[in-house]
Design a binder for this molecule. Sequence first.
Ligand code: HEC
Length: 131
Amino acid sequence: MKKLTFGALMILTVTATATSAMAQDAAAGKTSFNKCLACHAIGEGAKNKVGPELNGLDGRKSGTAPDYNYSDANKNSGITWNEAQFKEYIKDPKAKIPGTKMAFAGIKNETEINNLWTYVSQFDKDGKTKQ
Ligand code: HEC
């Protein structure tokens, strides 16, 4: 019985630690997203700006934000956004999608990219966060 309680406590502790680590990463990602804010909105009520709104990006096909006027390069890239695709893209957008009109040099720092994905991927298509 004692053992069981200890085990349960351990699981609780580990879960709580993982959750707060996620929250920290998302907070750092939000700060990093300031680099995107001039051109992109995300969250409830997000509208297209210079670039398309980024809600529900995880699993979204490239070039499909409603009413956004994409370049052919972006529209026809054939990418479905997920963690791996996003990370490769944001390092060097013009290398991943030659001819994109996204004028952004990219982010090289792996930790920053990880945090950015944690932040961006938490929004569903309605701009609500999953947790
Ligand atoms: C100077 C403006 C600008 C900045 C800064 C910028 N973007 Fe973009 N982004 C664009 C434009 C414009 C497009 C559309 C590209 C096209 O149609 O060729 C785009 C496209 C995208 C796409 C593809 C969306 C889709 O629906 O296929 C993603 C993902 C993206 N940006 C993420 C980011 C992130 C994350 C940042 C910040 C780290 C960022 N962008 C910074 C202008 C910008």
